[in-house]
Design a protein around this ligand. Structure first.
Ligand code: GLU
Length: 527
């Protein structure tokens, strides 16, 4: 399917009438910019994943661009499941994709679970339409039955090679068979494919692409390609066009690995007599080494990012900016802004490089911008529950709110929270101490005295008055009283209470730990 020679020519061809943009009052000329938005009717775009695996970041970005384009233009966003490959498509993968789309917040206007006037939205439920369309093309002389066996095709190829023919594709052997005879052979059950007739003298097929400009493909190289296989299944290039035409798709936004399929699809549109949509082929997402993104680079599926604790809004923001920028400056762009400002004009054709540090940065920005109550309910509680530490009832709202203000600034991804708060859920005598922290802060002269003084200062505070302010007020005079530096006094207390030398402020930390646990842990280390 991918053997088209992409001439990579930005067309200067005068031979083709430029495509009339759907809904536009006038046709554009070959020299004008490729139109990206139309006034009437409203754009209809689709995301058409094949459920052969999980939703990967590249697919997610394609989905985001389609969604944002529909929202920004007041158009319709359609989700279609391209499940025609029976060996690789699974219901489980479909469910994973739908879940990932929902997690990304990419609501679709038509498609699985929501329906719509152009359904069904699963290709396996549309096979009759492909068959009808192919038979119509045969009846109209725009497609034909081909009975060539694989052996014959290989022999033809070998002969062309031998002749030194630069074209080694299908030699159009069955193109001129008598239609009645061909039909009789089909009726007699002879194995056959259906091939489309690439019109003689078709000239270059110029794909109008909103990202790549106009790209010309040599029609001769396209072959009379197969639209129906011997096993009675339609090829991707045929099924997708039958569907896109039937669903009134006006703009096709997809990965540029499909650019080389596009001239064949244009030929199908023309044969069907359907308007050719505007294409926008977006670049691939590569790993930091410039190679195709793969497991080697870390997470590749949407689910994995979700499970690592990235926020949907931040993840969508990050992917949207991977190859699109409204102004070249913003790194944080709300979903609302994306949905109102997205335009194909600012989509880059250069490969996008996945940059985990930038994703972390954006995610942290979103986490830090949450108010404490939201951070507590949407991040802390679910993360602690998932870690099996707290079902959300161990403390009161004030405690979770204090935890939010203490830990929010320290988190890059949601998942950080459970690891950071784990010491608040450990039994006092099971706390593990970091060796380095012990060596650096605890096994020193004067520390037992400092811990004893802390205990003495904190013990009079009742549980009811055990607040960050009261704790700090009690501990504040200690360095001066002991004639020691602040770090020398407070760090051993911290190590005693949390096991290591990093935690939020000492007042907040001890307040969250609670009076009795604090005193018990200080006593444990004071010996
Ligand atoms: N099902 C195809 C894919 O997942 C869709 C390509 C297209 O958008 O036309 O690659």
């Amino acid at each position: 399917m991918n053997d088209t020679t992409n001439t990579e020519t930005i067309a200067t061809s005068e031979t083709m009438e430029p495509t009339k943009p759907i809904g536009s009052a006038e046709a554009t000329t070959a020299k004008s910019a490729v139109p990206t938005q139309t006034a009437q009717p409203k754009p209809r775009v689709r995301f058409a994943p094949s459920p052969t695996g999980k939703l990967h970041v590249g697919g997610a970005r394609t989905a985001i661009y389609n969604w944002a384009f529909a929202r920004a233009t007041g158009g319709t966003f359609i989700l279609r499941i391209d499940d025609t490959d029976p060996t690789r498509s699974t219901e489980e993968n479909t469910q994973i994709i739908l879940r990932a789309m929902r997690w990304l917040g990419l609501d679709w206007d038509e498609g699985p679970e929501v329906g719509g006037d152009y359904g069904p939205y699963f290709q396996t439920e549309r096979v009759d339409q492909y068959r009808e369309a192919a038979e119509r093309l045969v009846a109209e002389g725009k497609a034909y039955y081909c009975f060539c066996t694989p052996e014959q095709l290989e022999a033809d190829r070998a002969a062309a090679r031998e002749r030194g023919d630069s074209f080694q594709g299908y030699q159009r052997t069955c193109r001129n068979l008598d239609p009645a005879e061909a039909q009789a052979r089909v009726d007699a059950g002879e194995p056959h494919t259906i091939r489309i007739k690439v019109p003689d003298g078709r000239g270059d097929v110029v794909v109008k692409d909103a990202v790549h400009g106009e790209v010309a493909f040599n029609a001769r190289e396209l072959d009379d390609f197969i639209i129906f296989r011997t096993d009675g299944t339609p090829t991707y290039n045929f099924a997708t066009v039958v569907d896109d035409a039937a669903m009134g798709i006006t703009h096709i936004i997809r990965g540029d690995d499909h650019l080389s399929n596009t001239p064949r699809q244009v030929i199908v549109y023309e044969a069907l007599g359907a308007p050719v949509p505007i294409f926008a082929h977006i670049s691939m997402i590569l790993g930091s080494d410039g190679k195709k993104l793969s497991k080697r680079h870390g997470a590749t599926s949407v689910e994995e990012y979700r499970d690592q604790g990235y926020l949907s809004d931040a993840f969508v923001n990050y992917l949207a900016l991977l190859g699109w920028a409204p102004d070249g400056e913003s790194t944080v762009i709300s979903r609302e802004r994306l949905a109102s400002e997205f335009s194909l004009d600012h989509v880059s054709k250069n490969p996008a490089i996945m940059d985990p540090k930038k994703l972390d940065f954006i995610n942290a920005e979103y986490l830090h911008a949450m108010d404490d109550a939201t951070f507590a309910s949407d991040v802390i509680k679910p993360e602690l529950a998932a870690a099996g530490l707290d079902d959300g009832t161990a403390h009161d709202d004030a405690w979770y709110g204090l935890a939010a203000s203490a830990f929010k600034p320290r988190c890059t991804v949601s998942r950080d929270v459970a690891a950071q708060m784990a010491y608040l859920y450990t039994a006092d005598d099971a706390l593990e101490y970091d060796e380095k922290a012990l060596k650096r802060w605890v096994n020193k002269q004067g520390v037992p005295e400092a811990l004893a003084a802390a205990q003495e200062a904190l013990a009079p505070i009742s549980s009811d008055s055990w607040t960050p302010e009261a704790i700090e007020a009690a501990l504040d005079p200690l360095p001066a009283n002991l004639g020691m530096g602040k770090g020398k006094v407070f760090q051993p207390i911290r190590v005693a209470c949390v096991g290591g030398s990093a935690s939020p402020g000492i007042g907040e930390t001890l307040a969250l730990l609670g009076r009795d646990h604090t005193l018990a842990r200080i006593a444990n280390l004071a010996g």
